[in-house]
Design a protein around this ligand. Structure first.
Ligand SMILES: C[S@@+](CC[C@H](N)C(=O)[O-])C[C@H]1O[C@@H](n2cnc3c(N)ncnc32)[C@H](O)[C@@H]1O
Length: 271
C-alpha cells in the first residue's frame, strides 16, 4: 500500500494562483452572463466595470479586451494575488488595453473616485462580512459607487452539501482540486473552508493553500439587505440542467426552485 503523502503547502506563487484559477474560476462565463443581463436590463452595453475582491483580476483584464470603450478597475487588499495578476494577465494586454485597466490595492469599503456600470463581488468573497451591519455597509457603498444605470452582481452557493463537513475532490489536468468544508456552525452559519491541491506528477497534496472563514448568507437575506442598501430591484438567477441533471451553464431569473445537494446562483441588483 502506498503511504499517503501530505505536505504543508510549498507551492510557488505561480503554481498557487494558476491552480486556483484553473480549478475555481470561469470568468469568461461570468463576463458573458453579466454583459448579456446588463443589456437586457438597460438596452445598452455596460462600459465601466469594477471587480471587488478582484484577486488576480483575470476578469477585469478580460473586460477591457471586449471593447475599446471598456474600462475596468479591480480592488483587492492582498499584494500577493495582485502581483500574480499583473505579471500573468495585465502584462499580456496591449499598451492601449493596459491604459483602460487599473489595479487598486485597497479595501472594497474605501472611497473611490470613479463610478461603474457593473460591480461584481464573485467567488462568494463578500462572505467575509459576518455581521449584517457590515454587509449592509458594504452594499450601501457599492450602491453609491454605481452609475445611475448601474447593476451589482454577486454569486452565492448553497444546497444540502454546503453545511456538512465534507471534502469534495475534482480532477483536473495535472492536479486534483479539493473543496473542504472543515466546519459549519448551524447557530451562526459560520463556516470554515479550505482549498487543497494534489499534483499528479509527485502525488504531493498541498494542504490548506487557501482558507476561508466565512458566514453563509441565504438568497433572501441578501436581497433584503440589498433592498435596505437602496437597490431598487433585485433578481435571483438559477442554473438550468442538462439531460443528466448537471448544470448547463444557462442562468435564468427565478424565485422558486427545488433544493439540491449543491447549487450556485447569481444575484443581480439594480441601482
Ligand atoms: C475568494 S478570493 C476571490 C478572488 C477573485 N475575485 C475570484 O473570483 O477568484 C477573495 C479575495 O478578496 C480579497 N479581500 C478580502 N477582504 C477584502 C477587502 N475588504 N477589500 C478588498 N479585498 C479583499 C482577498 O485578498 C482575496 O484576494
Amino acid at each position: 500500500m502506498t503511504k499517503k503523502k501530505v505536505a504543508k503547502s510549498k507551492l510557488s506563487l505561480e503554481d498557487k494562483y494558476k491552480l486556483y484559477e484553473d480549478s475555481v474560476q470561469c470568468h469568461e462565463a461570468d463576463i458573458d452572463f453579466i454583459k448579456k443581463e446588463y443589456k437586457k436590463l438597460y438596452k445598452k452595453n455596460a462600459v465601466v466595470f469594477r471587480e471587488d475582491f478582484g484577486g488576480t483580476a483575470a476578469m477585469a483584464c478580460d473586460w477591457v479586451k471586449l471593447s475599446p470603450k471598456n474600462k475596468a478597475y479591480a480592488i483587492d487588499l492582498d499584494p500577493e494575488p495582485v502581483k500574480y495578476g499583473k505579471e500573468n494577465h495585465y502584462l499580456k494586454l496591449s499598451d492601449e488595453e493596459q491604459s483602460r485597466m487599473q489595479y487598486i490595492m485597497g479595501n472594497v469599503l474605501g472611497p473611490q473616485k470613479f463610478k461603474s456600470d457593473i460591480t461584481v463581488a464573485f467567488n462568494f468573497s463578500y462572505f467575509i462580512f459576518k455581521k449584517r451591519a457590515e454587509l449592509l455597509d458594504y452594499f450601501k457603498k457599492v450602491h453609491k459607487s454605481l452609475n445611475k444605470d448601474g447593476v451589482f452582481f454577486l454569486d452565492l452557493f448553497g444546497g444540502s452539501d454546503c453545511c456538512e463537513p465534507l471534502e469534495e475532490a475534482t480532477e483536473h489536468d495535472g492536479h486534483t482540486y479539493y473543496w473542504d468544508c472543515e466546519k459549519f456552525n448551524p447557530l451562526t452559519n459560520e463556516v470554515l473552508y479550505y482549498i487543497h491541491f494534489k499534483m499528479h506528477k509527485d502525488k504531493v497534496k498541498h494542504e490548506q493553500v487557501f482558507t476561508y472563514d466565512w458566514r453563509m448568507w441565504s438568497p433572501m437575506e441578501l436581497r433584503e439587505i440589498l433592498d435596505e442598501a437602496g437597490f431598487s430591484e433585485s433578481f435571483t438567477y438559477w442554473e438550468g440542467t442538462d439531460k443528466d441533471g448537471s448544470g448547463d451553464g444557462n442562468f435564468y431569473k427565478s424565485d422558486d426552485e427545488e433544493n439540491c445537494e449543491s447549487w450556485v446562483i447569481y444575484i443581480g441588483a439594480k441601482k
